[in-house]
Design a protein around this ligand. Structure first.
Ligand SMILES: [Ca+2]
Ligand SMILES: [Ca+2]
Ligand SMILES: [Ca+2]
Ligand SMILES: [Ca+2]
Length: 540
């Protein structure tokens, strides 16, 4: 055995423990990946470009069913997302889902299961693969009878139900069972499982008994009301497609996880009142995202059909999102500054985002409204901010950051390391400002504590304060002469089409380390080179 230890260690050092780096490749030559058969993206650290050449690297680690366990780590069926070491038992499939030798134990499963298909029957079906039930509600009822954590397995098709979740009972769609007997292979692209609540009912509802042990995966939700409504309940939602008036709404004391979802809503897209996470999702709505607690909003694509992209009423973390880039999906709002991000309260941390304003008469990448909820020193650092997506004509106002207080004096915090790009100077695109204090009643004020190390491009004025007359700081030199501004630049940031810094950009190494994030929007480490870069991208 001792002889094997160095070998095992050497394999681990190479990355994946089951992949053997090879010196030569079957498709010949020193340049790998060149042959047509080798066109698939490398999955083994780049040793080979694919697994079609019959080479030495045939046994690479894969997680084909996305259950989090690779074949190398012991997934005994990498085509079945319900089967892996440690998996909860799913009754009715004749499989030991934990990769053991005791399938569907009678003491647990009692001869019933949790398989659901439109080809099934609630009256005569046991919920097994061979004899599924017809409704998701019946599948959940069987799961509750069985007890313990388990999963309701839903075949493709449209289920006209309002589904009420049960604790520890997950629901996964995307399985193949059009007509009996079924293969039950998992392929969500070919087997869309839709829960349709109809015009006047929600698709899925959760109450306060639901926690993150209830997972909802590979489902389409449709409703004239709310796709997924959680009243003091939490959940994990992955790979959902939601088309509804309100997409996902978790209110009360909640801590849900929303990941890899697509949401199209006419009102709020994803709304979370408590704690939670919204990750790598594509969300459209009015607002697209609404968070009131310490929610993490990261790596999402967000478009505001109205109101704003991300509405913040608490101390959220909003990092590395792409907001309002799709002009065709960005609308206008009915009052004030239409914005990419709207801060209505709390001390949010806003970093590494690429944010556009909207269209219409008043547009801001970030608008701050200090009112009943009280905005308290948000951090706005290392973002790339475009004042508008579609300038609203010669009379329009466009701002990188706007601020309005309808509740006394507000010093809104610190603006560092941001790129602010206007629609252009001159009157044809309206008037573009880096920072804009809105017209306020006497005794009210909404101004930055500090504007430091930002780059301003194509703006008519770096800053504007309300007054009679208004106070304009047109150039960077005008602003930097004030105690609240320092080390700002006026320059073309040299952004490419994906908002990255081009070679020679004046943003490179010109940021301040104060409050700067440790990674950029691509996940690259900051700082690279001689210092922190300004904007959402750190050029390697
Ligand atoms: Ca797997
Ligand atoms: Ca598996
Ligand atoms: Ca089983
Ligand atoms: Ca740098």
């Amino acid at each position: 055995m001792n002889r094997l230890v160095p070998l095992a260690l050497s394999l681990l050092i190479g990355g994946c423990s089951c992949d053997v780096p090879v010196a030569m490749d079957d498709d010949g030559g020193g340049v790998d990946g060149a042959a047509p058969l080798d066109a698939a993206p490398p999955r083994d650290g780049g040793v080979d470009g694919g697994d079609t050449d019959g080479g030495t690297d045939a046994a690479r680690c894969e997680d084909a069913d996305s259950d989090g366990v690779t074949d190398c780590d012991g997934d005994c069926d990498d085509a079945d997302p319900l089967t892996y070491p440690g998996a909860a038992e799913v009754c009715g499939d004749g499989v030991d889902n934990a990769c053991g030798t005791d399938p569907d134990p009678a003491s647990l499963c009692m001869g019933i299961g949790t398989y659901v298909s439109l080809a099934g029957d609630d009256a005569t079906g046991e919920g097994t693969r061979d004899n599924p039930v017809r409704t998701i509600a019946r599948g959940i009822a069987n799961a509750v009878t069985i007890g313990g954590p388990t999963t309701v397995v839903v075949a493709g098709g449209t289920y006209d139900e309002t589904v009420t979740l049960a604790p520890d009972v997950s629901i996964q769609g995307g399985f193949d069972c059009g007509s009996l007997p079924c293969g039950w292979t998992h392929d969500p692209a070919a087997n869309e499982s839709t829960i349709d609540g109809g015009m006047s009912a929600n698709a899925i509802e959760a109450d306060d008994t639901i926690t993150r042990t209830t997972r909802l995966e590979d489902l389409t939700l449709r409703s004239g009301r709310t796709g997924l409504l959680a009243n003091n309940g939490s959940f994990v939602a992955r790979r959902l497609r939601v088309f509804a008036q309100e997409g996902i709404n978790a209110f009360g004391t909640v801590d849900p996880l929303v990941e890899d979802c697509i949401v199209r809503a006419t009102l709020a897209g994803v709304s979370i009142e408590g704690d939670g996470e919204i990750l790598t999702s594509d969300i459209e709505g009015s607002p697209a995202v609404r968070v009131r607690g310490p929610v993490e909003v990261r790596h999402d694509t967000v478009n505001a059909s109205g109101e704003t992209g991300v509405w913040i009423g608490g101390s959220a973390i909003v990092d590395s999102n792409l907001i309002n880039e799709d002009a065709a999906r960005v609308g206008t709002c009915s009052f004030g500054f239409c914005s990419g991000i709207a801060i209505w309260g709390g001390s949010p941390v806003i970093t590494n985002n690429v944010v556009y304003g909207m269209g219409g008469a008043m547009s801001a990448a970030i608008s701050i409204v200090h009112g009943e909820l009280s905005v308290d020193a948000p951090i706005i650092n290392s973002n790339t901010l475009y004042t508008s997506r579609r300038p609203g004509g010669s009379a329009s106002l466009n701002a990188g950051v706007s601020c309005n207080s309808f509740s006394g004096l507000a010093m809104f915090g610190e603006l560092r390391n941001n790129i602010i790009v206007g629609a252009g100077t001159g009157t044809s695109t309206g008037t573009d400002y880096g920072f804009y204090e809105e017209d306020l009643s006497p005794g009210r004020q909404c101004r930055p504590v500090l504007i430091e190390n930002n780059v301003f491009s194509d703006v008519d004025h770096v800053a504007r304060f309300f007054g009679a007359p208004e106070v304009l700081f047109t150039s960077v030199a005008d602003a930097d002469a004030e105690p609240w501004a320092t080390a700002n630049l006026s320059a073309d940031p040299l952004l490419d089409a994906t908002h990255h810094l081009s070679a020679g950009s004046p943003c490179i190494d010109q940021g301040t380390a104060t409050d700067a994030p440790s990674f950029d929007r691509d996940g690259d480490v900051r700082p690279a080179g001689a210092g922190f870069d300004i904007g959402a991208d750190e050029r390697p």
